[in-house]
Design a protein around this ligand. Sequence first.
Ligand code: ACO
Length: 325
Amino acid sequence: MASYSRITGTGSYLPPRRVTNDDLARELAQRGIETSDQWIIERTGIRARHFAAPEVTSSDLAFEAARHALEAAGRQASEVDLIIVATSTPDMVFPSSAAILQNKLGVAGCPAFDVQAVCSGFVYALTVADAMIRTGTANCALVVGAEVFSRILDFNDRTTCVLFGDGAGAVVLEASETPGILASDLHADGKHVGILCVPGHVSGGQVTGTPFLHMDGQAVFKLAVRVLEEAARATLAKAGKTDADIDWLIPHQANIRIMEGTAKKLKLDREKLIVTVHEHGNTSAASIPLALDDAVRSGKVKKGDTVMLEGVGGGFTWGAVLLDM
Ligand code: ACO
């Protein structure tokens, strides 16, 4: 049984259609809705996001990200013995997007399931995979965050539709005798269900209730700033580390003001904050692995660096994972 799990490869994928704030403002103007590049940048830091074509699903994006992660790890899909997909926009009610991804990868047999913790999904999924590796249930896990949030946006609601995008990120997590994942800290508090939700459900073969994302932005903002600091501190304490040990902070990419606020509370230089929200928007469960892969491929995050990943989202859910690359 391995003592630890470690990331051996990262990958990501963005659908080709890039939509700038100006593009979106033009589209919304046709519906009589006013927004602007300036408002979106000032309030969120977002300049552009990617939207998937109508026929493209989360598992399609996951497949591309997984391919890149496997290639980076030097692994074949046949060597993977666990697949976890974090998503809130699965291809179907069931089966899971993980099972669909497994088939797209041309393999069969290993366990495959989805984790649904909205924007905390990736840190939840990584923690589950780490635990399964350390207990000997798996040796080589594919952990993916994949979303097509454009499908659940109400393009008549300017307070939410400008914030989100589509994409996928993946890591290969393998059994290791040297530490990779050092500690994690996960939480949920269901009493906040109403501040960030998609209240629709399927009944009698019909979608009932609203199938669009609803968010109380200010309530989410306040809660996010508080719990992100708490989760980071709890994770550092579990690992016996301090703020000074963090080389890179990769928070969920929702809003630059929340991210900079968290970095400040952890007394980290702005340069240690990995930012992709300006180009990706908020891609929910995909945002952390997308940002991680971007940072690895751009040469910022290197082997041996200590990285703090942090998620926060609907539920309310939140959590952090501290790891050595
Ligand atoms: N364009 C132009 N004006 C807008 C837009 C828009 N797209 N959206 C709202 N406004 C207007 C409002 O109508 C309001 O006008 P009013 O003053 O005349 O009433 C004004 O801008 C200010 O609106 P606020 O809601 O007060 O703006 P705020 O500064 O709170 O910013 C935002 C809104 C960006 C949503 C912010 O609250 C936020 O980032 N919250 C956190 C959201 C978040 O991080 N969510 C993700 C976490 S979980 C997950 O990822 C699923």
